[in-house]
Design a binder for this molecule. Structure first.
Ligand SMILES: NC(=O)c1ccc[n+]([C@@H]2O[C@H](COP(=O)([O-])OP(=O)(O)OC[C@H]3O[C@@H](n4cnc5c(N)ncnc54)[C@H](O)[C@@H]3O)[C@@H](O)[C@H]2O)c1
Length: 309
C-alpha cells in the first residue's frame, strides 16, 4: 500500500470517537505518528468523562503497528492546547499536520437557547480551532524564519452543512461552523508565504453527535465499520479526504471547503455574486429598489431559482 504520510507528525483533536477517531486511524494507516487528543466529554460538552476514549484509539493504532500517544487536553483551553502542541514536538520532534475536529452540540430553537449553550459551542468549535491553529502557526512560522524558507504544514478544519446552509435548532452550532470557514480562509492567506495550507471539510456520518435525536440507533465507531460494506452513513467516509489534504500531494489546494459525504466529494464554492445590478454611480432610491430587485436582480439569477417560496 502507498503510504501518503510516512513519518509525518499529526494532531487530531476530538479523536476519541466518531469522525475524529476515523481520521486518527486513517492518518496512522498512512504512516503518520498521531497525537490522539480527546478530553472524553459528553456530546453536549456538559461533563468531562474519562480519558479512556483517546487511550482506546492509541491502543488500536499501536495494535495495528502504528505510533500514537494520547492527549487529554480541552481544545478550548489555551494552556492545554499549547501543551498539546509542545507534547507533539517533545515526543516526536515536530508537528506537520493539525486536524481540528473536536466538537459538541447543544441544539435548541433560538428562543430556548441559553447563553451558556451558545458560549460552550462557540468555545469548543471556534476558540478550539483558533487556539490550536495559532499554536501550530507560531511553531511553523518560527521554523520558516529560522530556515529562511518554507515548511511543510497542513491544517484541516471541520465545518458542516449547518454552517454552510443553516439548520433549525442550531443557531449556536451553525454560527460556529460558519466561523470556521472564515477562519480557514484567513489561515490560508496568512500562512501561504511559509508554504502551509489550510482547508476545511464538511463531513457526515452516523456518530454520537448526529444520534442525539430521540430514538436514534446506537452508532458504530470507526474501527467497527465493515470495510467491505458501503454504508452512506459510515462516519469514516471523509477520512481518506483528510489523509490526502494532510499529504504532500495537496500543496496546491488552500482556503477550500470540501464536502465529503456518502459516495461524493464536492469542492464547494463560497459566497460570490450570483447576479448584480448597478446604480451607474448615483445613490440608490429605496422606493425603487423593490422593482429593481424583484425584476432585474432576480431575473439575472441562474435558471430554476425563483423569488419567494
Ligand atoms: N456527525 C456528523 O454528521 C457531522 C456532520 C458535520 C460535521 N461534523 C463535525 O465533525 C466533528 C466530529 O463530530 P462527530 O460527529 O464525530 O462527534 P463525536 O461526539 O462522535 O466526536 C467528537 C469528539 O470530540 C471530543 N471533544 C468534545 N469537546 C472537546 C474538547 N473541548 N476538547 C477535546 N475534545 C473534545 C468528544 O469527546 C468526542 O470524542 C465535529 O466537529 C462535528 O461538528 C459532524
Amino acid at each position: 500500500m502507498v503510504r501518503l504520510l510516512h513519518d509525518k507528525i499529526a494532531i487530531v483533536t476530538g479523536a476519541g470517537h466518531g469522525i475524529g477517531r476515523g481520521h486518527a486511524l486513517e492518518l496512522a494507516k498512512h504512516g503518520a505518528k498521531v497525537i490522539v487528543n480527546d478530553l472524553g466529554g459528553s456530546v453536549d460538552g456538559g461533563s468531562s468523562g474519562s480519558n479512556r476514549a483517546a487511550e482506546n484509539v492509541v491502543g488500536i493504532i499501536r495494535d495495528r503497528g502504528g505510533v500514537a500517544i494520547a492527549d487529554f487536553g480541552d481544545v478550548g483551553d489555551e494552556q492545554q492546547v499549547d501543551a498539546m502542541v509542545q507534547r507533539a514536538i517533545d515526543e516526536f520532534g515536530r508537528v506537520d499536520i493539525l486536524v481540528n475536529n473536536a466538537g459538541i452540540v447543544r441544539d435548541r430553537a433560538v428562543w430556548n437557547m441559553s447563553v451558556e449553550d451558545f458560549d460552550l459551542v462557540m468555545r469548543v468549535h471556534v476558540r478550539g480551532t483558533w487556539l490550536a491553529s495559532r499554536a501550530v502557526a507560531r511553531y511553523w512560522r518560527d521554523r520558516a524564519k529560522a530556515s529562511e524558507g518554507t515548511v511543510f504544514g497542513r491544517i484541516v478544519n471541520t465545518t458542516s452543512g449547518s454552517g454552510l446552509h443553516g439548520n433549525f435548532g442550531q443557531s449556536n452550532y451553525s454560527a460556529a461552523k460558519s466561523a470556521i470557514v472564515g477562519l480557514t480562509q484567513t489561515l490560508s492567506v496568512e500562512l501561504a508565504s511559509i508554504g502551509v495550507t489550510a482547508n476545511a471539510i464538511s463531513p457526515g456520518g452516523r456518530t454520537r453527535l448526529s444520534a442525539t435525536r430521540p430514538g436514534a440507533k446506537p452508532v458504530p465507531e470507526a474501527d467497527e465499520v465493515e470495510d467491505d460494506v458501503f454504508d452512506p452513513k459510515d462516519p469514516t467516509l471523509s477520512c481518506p479526504v483528510v489523509a490526502w489534504l494532510a499529504s504532500e500531494q495537496s500543496q496546491y489546494l488552500s482556503g477550500q471547503v470540501i464536502r465529503a459525504i456518502g459516495e461524493n466529494i464536492e469542492l464547494l464554492r463560497g459566497w460570490s455574486p450570483e447576479a448584480s445590478i448597478s446604480n451607474g454611480g448615483s445613490r440608490w432610491d429605496a422606493t425603487r429598489l423593490g422593482t429593481l430587485i424583484a425584476t432585474d436582480l432576480y431575473r439575472t439569477r441562474a435558471a430554476g431559482l425563483r423569488l419567494g417560496g
